[in-house]
Design a protein around this ligand. Structure first.
Ligand code: BJ8
Length: 405
């Protein structure tokens, strides 16, 4: 089918949001509700006798957790409703992700924290690091010292040691056994999961885009908690659905919708107001470069390494988070994604008081504007709805700079 044929069919299907009656990409009754899907999965795992381990970061080495037969639960929160509780202890001028996560714990209302029997944390940003101290006495909490100069050989050595030490903590806490062979096997499973997810992301690179950011989120959230074995039927079904959508001419947006690449801090829950505004302004989000989006599924774990922990260590040190210095990989990754997804605009979401992403935004802007010749917009926001109209004005203005196709 040619691009024009697809566009014509798109006009017929009406463009815009997916019409009622179209089969959801993940058709399990939780479409558009990734947190509920994850919670339901965690509860089912608990009922099977599995232990649940809470995590707060894209640096948590999942392969070691899974090699112990344990199930990870993501504890980062994105709800405005617990911010005020968080602010009774934490400073108001702190990142909303930290205040919201802590507020849930303080009010004892986080089902993900409740179901977790231990917590794995990393020394990423100062706010998270100090928040971990405040919750360390509630559940067994293991903090990993994350090296932040990823290109130095000491970083790889030290992070490998930290990952091995985590294995010891998990073995002691859960009376499980984590073998090299088990970690090596989990590396293979992760590579398979990532390969299939990237085949799904490939559809967002098409000229007319047959999936939207909510559907990508359904998969990227679930991929954090579910095993590859449990994800396989979902991923294969999603791929079949996407192929059918392309054949049927079912797409989001319109032929000339500006394509938007999102980068920056993790975004979920109330912060997805930014994504909704972009859609309402006529944009189509084609790439989600953040830890809640596609970032967790990039890169490749070396298989059959003599020490699988080294392979795990290298892959996680390559995660291009702004807590690393220099974080050159973020720019390299951006180039790759811009080439693949061909956005018309790059929008950087920075959560209030996230200094590392905020300062790094200067470099990202320069890189995107000079090397990639794309319009760039930084949106600094939190989880409240108070700035939605201001965001709308700025998003509409940047989308208007995109030449009509
Ligand atoms: S690997 S992005 S999940 S640290 S909490 S740094 S927004 S001030 S979440 Fe993150 Fe790991 Fe990096 Fe990913 Fe800023 Fe807020 Fe800190 Fe945050």
């Amino acid at each position: 089918m040619t691009v024009d044929q697809i566009a014509n069919l798109q006009e017929i299907t009406g463009g815009g949001r997916m019409k009622e009656g179209i089969e959801p990409l993940v058709n399990d009754g939780f479409a558009g509700e990734p947190s509920k899907r994850c919670l339901s999965y965690l509860q089912s795992q608990r009922e099977k006798g599995k232990h649940i381990v809470g995590i707060y970061c894209g640096y948590a080495p999942m392969e070691v957790i899974r090699a112990g037969g344990l199930v990870p639960a993501v504890l980062c929160a994105f709800a405005d409703k617990t911010i005020s509780a968080g602010e009774t202890v934490l400073p108001a001028n702190l990142c909303p992700l930290i205040k919201s996560s802590y507020g849930f714990i303080k009010t004892d209302t986080c089902p993900f924290y409740a179901i977790s029997e231990a917590v794995i944390a990393e020394t990423t940003c100062d706010g998270k690091k100090k928040m971990f101290e405040l919750i360390a006495d509630i559940k067994p909490t293991h903090v990993m010292d994350l090296p932040q100069l990823p290109d130095h050989k000491e970083a790889q050595e030290n992070w490998t040691k930290m990952i091995k030490k985590l294995g010891g903590f998990l073995e002691n806490t859960f009376d499980c056994r984590i073998t090299d062979a088990g970690v090596a096997q989990e590396i293979k499973y992760t590579n398979l999961k990532n390969k299939l997810l990237n085949q799904i992301f490939d559809f967002a690179a098409l000229p007319s885009v047959p999936l939207n950011w909510e559907e990508i989120y359904d998969l990227t959230y679930f991929g954090q908690v579910a095993t590859t074995e449990d994800m396989l039927p979902i991923l294969e079904s999603a791929l079949a659905t996407l192929r059918k959508r392309v054949a049927d001419g079912v797409y989001y947006g319109k032929k000339d919708s500006p394509r938007v690449l999102m980068t920056g801090c993790p975004v979920g829950g109330d912060a997805t107001k930014v994504f909704k505004v972009i859609e309402e302004a006529g944009g189509i989000i084609v790439c989600l470069d953040s830890c809640t989006g596609m970032k967790a599924y990039t890169g490749h774990f070396e298989e059959n390494a003599s020490d699988p922990y080294q392979s795990v260590s290298r892959r996680y040190l390559d995660v291009p988070c702004s807590c690393m210095t220099p974080n050159a990989r973020r720019l390299t990754e951006l180039d790759r994604m811009i080439e693949k997804y061909r956005p018309d605009v790059v929008i950087d979401v920075v959560l209030h008081a996230c200094h590392s992403y905020n300062i790094e935004s200067v470099k990202v802007k320069m890189h995107v504007e000079t090397r990639n010749k794309k319009p760039f917009l930084k949106i600094e926001t939190d989880y409240s709805q108070g700035d939605v109209e201001q965001i709308r004005t700025r998003v509409e203005a940047v989308l208007e700079t995109v030449p009509k196709k």
